[in-house]
Design a binder for this molecule. Sequence first.
Ligand code: SF4
Length: 71
Amino acid sequence: MTCPYLEYRDDDGELEFDHERPFCRAQESFVSPMRADICNDRYDFDHRDHCEVFRNAEDGEAATPLAEGQD
Ligand code: SF4
């Protein structure tokens, strides 16, 4: 199941992109295409089990930026 916080945007409010980019509403930032594979639960990843940002958002805690190299 795709993470409910994942969406695709073709602009960042100022610039328009030539293709849509994955955006995490839980942390209010774009994520890399590789990270979006996790958000889409590919390769046996599960956003509920493997994403701290998701868990914090579900718990009502402040958004936690992904650690370097995980975005
Ligand atoms: S980074 Fe986590 S909370 Fe954000 S869209 Fe991906 S799986 Fe969901």
